[in-house]
Design a binder for this molecule. Structure first.
Ligand code: CP
Ligand code: NVA
Length: 305
């Protein structure tokens, strides 16, 4: 049995294989339509979600399985039942547990007591399902990812962590431009550097957004204030403006650059209307690709494709 708690749970050969399967599922939406028939999958959200919730629920149904969607407020989890006991009990009913939560440790604890696969649907530390959709989207526009420059601008957060791991696993040069004090955590940076050394890519951290944008093949950003950090929003709004993904930065990048944003976007903050609605933006394809990549992930976790 496998879990998917981090991008690093997929090897550098499993990752492109999974993207191949996702591309096949995108080309033929009826493919593997009964592959998970008779199975039930719990989708638990301790934070809000639009894309993850809907793409998982629809994807599970497209594979013939049944989705049980729950918020922690509806579960005894919200009244103090432990994550361990929740995992033990749910494993008697369902065949996988997809969890969006706060600390990564909650997913790790769940994976030790659940007897079914556990999937990270976003934690404070990583957003590994998002990174799969990001790589599929990049692959649709750039034939070979090896040696391409992926620049992420803004907060060194969960999305940045997963992109660092996914980009280096794809052999890319990953640049991360953050304000001082908002860098990705060293543990993730070190692991990404190890992967980059193996795959022929590189990792560069900088506080210079313009330098990071020069020649980039992919420009990506995310909200300045993530879920759970709302009390810091005013302070962050003062620190981040020079990292805004604006047309000025797009103009510094490769002429064929694509612009990613995992969404939801705070237009006028981390990205301008001109860029997100502009000709280089592929954010709606990126959002769609959540569906195809997560279906591929589920098929692989169950070993049925
Ligand atoms: N990108 C993403 O995970 O969106 P949701 O928060 O809407 O699920
Ligand atoms: N970094 C953001 C991603 C939302 C999909 C957050 O955690 O809120």
């Amino acid at each position: 049995m496998r879990h998917y708690l981090s991008v690093d749970d997929l090897s550098t050969t499993e990752l492109p294989d999974l993207l191949d399967l996702a591309a096949a599922l995108k080309a033929d939406r009826g493919a593997h339509a009964r592959a998970l028939a008779g199975r039930s999958i719990a989708l638990i959200f301790e934070k809000p979600s639009t894309r993850t919730r809907v793409s998982f629920e629809v994807g599970v149904e497209q594979l013939g399985a049944h989705a049980v969607v729950l918020s922690s407020a509806e579960l005894q989890l919200g009244r103090g039942e432990t994550i361990q006991d929740t995992g033990r009990v749910l494993s008697r009913y369902v065949d996988a547990i997809v969890l969006r939560t706060f600390e990564q440790e909650r997913l790790e604890i769940l994976s030790t007591t659940a007897t079914v696969p556990v999937v990270n649907a976003l934690s404070d530390f990583e957003h590994p399902c998002q990174a799969l959709a990001d790589l599929l989207t990049i692959r649709e526009h750039l034939d070979d990812l090896r040696g391409r420059v992926l620049t992420y601008l803004g907060d060194g957060n969960n999305v940045a962590h997963s992109l660092l791991l996914a980009g280096t696993k794809a052999g890319m040069h990953v640049r991360v431009a953050t304000p001082p004090g908002f860098e990705p955590i060293p543990q993730v940076v070190h692991r990404a550097e190890e992967i980059a050394a193996e795959m022929g890519g590189s990792v560069e951290l900088t506080h210079d957004p313009e330098g990071a944008a020069v020649g980039a093949h992919v420009l990506s950003t995310d909200v300045w204030t993530s879920m759970g950090q709302d009390l810091e929003a005013d302070e962050r709004a003062l620190v981040f403006p020079s990292y805004q993904l604006s047309q000025k930065l797009v103009d510094l990048a490769d002429p064929e650059v694509i612009v990613l944003h995992c969404l939801p976007a705070h237009r006028g903050q981390e990205i301008t209307d001109e860029v997100i609605d502009g000709p280089r933006s592929v954010v709606w394809d990126q959002a769609e690709n959540r569906l195809h990549t997560q279906k591929a992930l589920l098929l692989r976790l169950f070993g049925v494709a």
